[in-house]
Design a protein around this ligand. Structure first.
Ligand SMILES: *Cc1c(COP(=O)(O)O)cnc(C)c1O
Length: 358
């Protein structure tokens, strides 16, 4: 059976070696040496100033909203994973959906200004499938209207834009290290920022608000991550260059074999150095997508409809009219992409796709 993704697990001996240290010193959580080591390794790998490990990518978003003291209306994208919206609602913010760009599938910056009201406080945009969203325009609008900017960068681990990490932009970028993500710690995530004061707030907020053992800097929650997770992350990180190369090769093969179909793929802005977390394709119609999916399923191949339906249909948001997002969400399918997917399987998948298009 071939699924849309498969978690990379490092050789068990490598994990075992890391765990032996944990067993020896008996330090399991609360900013242990492996969490500190992984944060340092990620800062270096990603080339950013502050990386704080947290329990998952959803809490990363919630902490970002809290640390920036965002309340009220938040402009956001209807085409992302549900956590991008649910984290806002959970923090009592009002998501205001702005439609997506039909080429990049990311929030359309040209539509943002019209959605701003006196209650607007922030923009939460996703670099969907790793494609950098209209960063310059978003940041220009944010400066003009004094809005905070949070990027949900759960798909953007390792992606570079204009010569530096895509995580450099905005007030905070959030990462997910869930087992289905390219880089993972089983469960986990991180908040990334260049702002020292914000990093200080995020640090105490993820740890109950503790300043030290007996004093509190402010309100906090438990969003820490453990040595067990960090150990896994350190093992995965050492294999990452090969994992990324492998994905580049598979994507190039998909592109080459699928070319005759002329199916649309997300357009990367100039200056993007991509790391492929997903392989999305846009069909001409939902009917075509369903037909292809059925044919693949019959061959025990299970692509995923990331992200269907549009988040405007969630039962806890106000109605919003985002026709591009609704349309794209109904026609995008992510084909299997993972480290040990074989070239022969890519060829088999493409053959089924091509033969069920008409
Ligand atoms: C995976 C994902 C999240 C949630 O991360 P978790 O670590 O699973 O909580 C948030 N946003 C996007 C875009 C994601 O893909």
């Amino acid at each position: 059976m071939i699924r849309v993704t498969k978690t990379f697990l490092p050789p068990l001996e490598e994990y075992h070696d890391r765990l032996r240290n944990v067993w020896e010193n008996g330090w399991i959580t609360n900013e242990g040496p492996l969490v500190v080591e992984l944060e340092e390794a990620l800062r270096r790998y990603l080339g950013v100033r502050h990386v704080l490990l947290v329990s998952n990518g959803t809490l990363a978003l919630q902490l970002a909203v809290r640390a920036l003291d965002v309340q009220g209306e938040v402009i956001t994208t209807p085409f992302s994973y549900v956590a991008t919206t649910s984290s806002l609602v959970w923090e009592h913010c009002q998501p205001v959906f702005v439609d997506i760009d039909p080429q990049t599938f990311c929030l359309d910056p040209g539509l943002v200004e019209a959605a701003i009201t006196p209650a607007t406080r922030a923009i939460v945009a996703t670099h969907v499938f790793g494609t950098p969203c209209g960063i310059e325009e978003i940041e220009q609008i944010a400066r003009r209207y004094n809005l905070r900017v949070i990027y949900d960068a759960a798909h953007s681990f390792g992606v570079r834009y204009q010569g530096s990490s895509v995580l450099q932009y905005g007030d905070v970028s959030t990462l997910s290290f869930h087992a289905t993500k390219l880089f993972h710690t089983g469960e986990g995530g991180a908040v990334v920022t260049n702002d020292d004061e914000l990093a200080r707030r995020l640090a105490y907020m993820r740890n109950f608000g503790h300043q030290d053992a007996h004093s509190f800097a402010g309100l906090g929650i438990n969003a820490k991550n453990s040595e067990i997770h960090a150990a896994l992350g350190l093992c995965v990180l050492s294999h990452l260059p090969q994992l990324i190369n492998r994905r580049h090769r598979l994507v190039a093969l998909y592109d080459q074999l699928l070319a005759p179909a002329g199916l649309q793929r997300p357009q990367l802005p100039a200056g993007t150095e991509m790391v492929y977390s997903y392989y999305p394709i846009l069909f001409q119609s939902e009917t075509q997508l369903l037909r292809v999916t059925q044919a693949l399923n019959s061959a025990e191949i299970f692509p995923r409809r990331y992200f269907y339906p549009s988040l405007t249909t969630l039962p806890y948001v106000l109605p919003a009219y985002c026709p591009v997002a609704s349309d794209v969400a109904s026609r995008v399918l992510c084909l299997p992409l993972y480290h040990d997917l074989a070239e022969t399987d890519v060829a088999r998948i493409v053959k089924i796709v091509l033969s069920s298009l008409v």
